[in-house]
Design a protein around this ligand. Structure first.
Ligand code: SF4
Ligand code: SF4
Length: 365
């Protein structure tokens, strides 16, 4: 069995994993304990051992004050006991937050000061949030970490809650345990982000054993299949060396641009020089064999304009004339007259007949 390893404790490395569930004290107590208990029961079906427990410092709980439950899963009893020889896990493989408002930070009544919701998430670990909001929206509120971590969102309907009568502050609802399958959906999400803790098959089997209700097992599978995953959040910006032929999926570069290249597709002679020389792999070949610019990746360096052998085939124009990075090739195909008006606007000559240059002399600057 391979479990994801806490990085700060070599004695339990590769043989145990910890999950925490952060919840609203009292209101979501039953929900949190059901999630942790479910993880342990499902992992046992795979031959692991585990235990679920509440954080001692939260007791007695208070209404709405953030509290935590934990599930620790290990390969054998010895490893489990080593993992538990601490007051509470100081680092977790998976953190689950069952009220997205807590992404702004949490303060237990036992300590002073806001703690980040992802404080215990280990390097490469996951924070799972139940929310009607997108991962990017939630990231506006979540604290940065000094290492890579991952965010996943269980998509949820907006639901009326005690503290948000106009629309829910929480997927699970507050105040009482809503038998709305939130617990089973969280189990499916944990299986998705870290199958070393528990597999989706074991989750489904455990749910069926406990409830005999196929719909609840389906809820876990639905969450497993539909989890919104936003991997590898980092402190600051890291610009990785890219493999030839690929673009950086994170660093888009377009905001560095003062001017953008406009292609006159009717005069392009398909020489490939722009594609070969662009330092940022911005060109894509079109179905006709001409070349279009992917504007999200273009930094506006003008090299393509310099190397293009055809007069006025590539022209650099002021970026403030545009308010998006949409494909201009698509515009050219859908609205040829509109494209001509665009070229006109920048005094770029075009051919009414759409034909390529008739002679080499005409084609070469
Ligand atoms: S302006 Fe520079 S970055 Fe943009 S497409 Fe041309 S060569 Fe590539
Ligand atoms: S360099 Fe100019 S002519 Fe050559 S493929 Fe690119 S746009 Fe077309």
């Amino acid at each position: 069995m391979t479990l994801s390893a806490p990085v700060d404790d070599k004695t339990v490395a590769a043989t145990s994993a910890s999950v925490e569930v952060v919840y609203r004290g009292i209101f979501q107590k039953t929900l949190a304990s059901r999630i942790c208990r479910g993880i342990v029961l499902a992992s046992r079906l795979e031959g692991k051992v585990g235990t679920a427990f509440a954080r001692y410092g939260d007791s007695p709980e208070r209404n709405g004050v953030p509290a935590k439950n934990f599930a620790v899963v290990a390969s054998d009893q010895d490893e489990l006991e080593k993992s538990l020889a601490r007051y509470e896990p100081s680092i977790v493989d998976v953190s689950v937050c069952v009220d997205d408002v807590m992404c702004k930070g949490i303060e237990s009544w036992a300590w002073y000061g806001i703690q980040p919701i992802n404080k215990l998430v280990r390097e490469g670990g996951w924070l799972i949030v139940t929310s009607a909001r997108s991962p990017d929206e939630l990231l506006e509120h979540i604290h940065r970490k000094p290492h890579d971590w991952n965010l996943a969102v269980i998509p949820s309907p907006v639901r009326e809650g005690v503290f948000a009568p106009e629309g829910s502050a929480s997927f699970a609802g507050l105040w009482v345990y809503n038998d709305d399958n939130t617990d089973f959906q969280v189990l499916g999400a944990v299986a998705r982000v870290n199958p070393g803790v528990v597999s989706i098959e074991a989750v489904e089997k455990a749910i069926l054993q406990q409830t005999g209700d196929e719909n609840k097992a389906k809820a876990a599978r639905w969450s497993y299949d539909n989890l919104q995953m936003r991997p590898e959040m980092r402190e600051g910006i890291v610009v990785e060396a890219m493999k030839v032929g690929t673009r950086n999926p994170v660093y888009k570069k377009w905001s560095t641009r003062t001017r953008r290249p406009i292609i006159n597709f009717d005069t392009c002679i398909k020489c490939t020089l722009c594609w070969l020389h662009c330092p940022d792999e911005c060109f894509e070949v079109t179905p006709e064999g001409t070349y279009e610019v992917v504007y999200e990746a273009c930094i506006g360096c003008s090299i393509c304009e310099e190397v293009c052998p055809v007069q006025d085939c590539i022209t650099m124009v002021n970026e403030l004339e545009f308010d998006n990075n949409d494909s201009l090739y698509e515009m050219y195909k859908k609205d040829p007259d509109g494209y001509k008006r665009l070229l006109n606007k920048f005094d770029i000559p075009f051919r009414e007949d759409g034909a390529a240059p008739s002679s080499e002399k005409e084609a070469v600057k």
